[in-house]
Design a protein around this ligand. Structure first.
Ligand code: CA
Length: 226
């Protein structure tokens, strides 16, 4: 049974989400405190973390930053309306997806499933893809740059896979979002920029002058085809 850790100080929301996720077949732990969540995630190794950004004490962004220092565990953020800047920071810290309150618990379950599908490689396939100096091993969920392994979050891995599958093809941000989600609910296209920025930091020798993941101005991105 896959384990979900919910970090949310609003007990009513936490309880509702826990109920829905349990009905969906997950084992759920809920905590209302960021430092406790970090300790728990190191101990129990959840398969996914649902993380509210507005927490008392250590806030959600600090929690995400701390988690990402040592772990690529999938993170779905919960944000309040109007926290757009935080959402982008969260994605730049490596969160995989986010939901804006108020949202339906069913929507959360759908997002959690989509992110876990990505994390488990069930949408990925069975091949090893190669383009430029990048190798993407789908069955093993591993990526290498010039033979050097890089640690990618499920979102970064899926993004790289999508681009490397069709070098040279121009993807709009919306198309990349579709490829990542499996479910298209809102199309917040700047999310893609944040994921691309993270991916570049990990795979590009000079992230400021990318050689693999190229920007197509006014449109989106493409993987270098030569
Ligand atoms: Ca809160």
């Amino acid at each position: 049974m896959q384990r979900i850790l919910i970090v949310e100080d609003d007990m009513q929301i936490a309880r509702t989400l826990r109920d829905y996720l349990e009905v969906a077949g997950f084992h759920v732990t809920a905590l209302g405190d960021g430092s406790a969540a970090i300790a728990a995630s190191r101990g129990h190794k959840p398969d996914l973390i649902v993380l509210d950004l507005g927490l008392p004490g250590m806030d959600g962004l600090d929690v995400a930053r701390e988690l990402r220092r040592t772990s690529t565990v999938p993170i779905v953020m919960l944000t309040a309306r109007g926290e757009e800047a935080d959402r982008i920071v969260g994605l730049e810290l490596g969160a995989d997806d986010y939901l804006v309150k108020p949202f339906s618990p069913k929507e959360l379950v759908a997002r959690v499933r989509a992110v876990l599908r990505r994390a488990n490689g069930t949408v990925a396939g069975a091949e090893v893809l190669r383009a430029a100096d990048i190798e993407v091993d789908l069955p093993k969920m591993r990526a290498r740059v010039s033979g050097r392994p890089v640690d990618l979050t499920p979102t970064e891995f899926e993004l790289l896979t999508t681009l490397v599958r069709e070098p040279g093809r121009v993807f709009t941000r919306g198309q990349l979002l579709d490829a990542l989600r499996g479910v298209t609910l809102d199309t917040y296209e700047r999310a893609i920029d944040a994921h691309v920025k993270n991916l570049r930091k990990k795979i590009e020798p000079e992230p400021g002058r990318p050689r693999y993941v190229l920007t197509v101005h006014g449109v989106g991105y493409r993987f270098a085809d030569a």
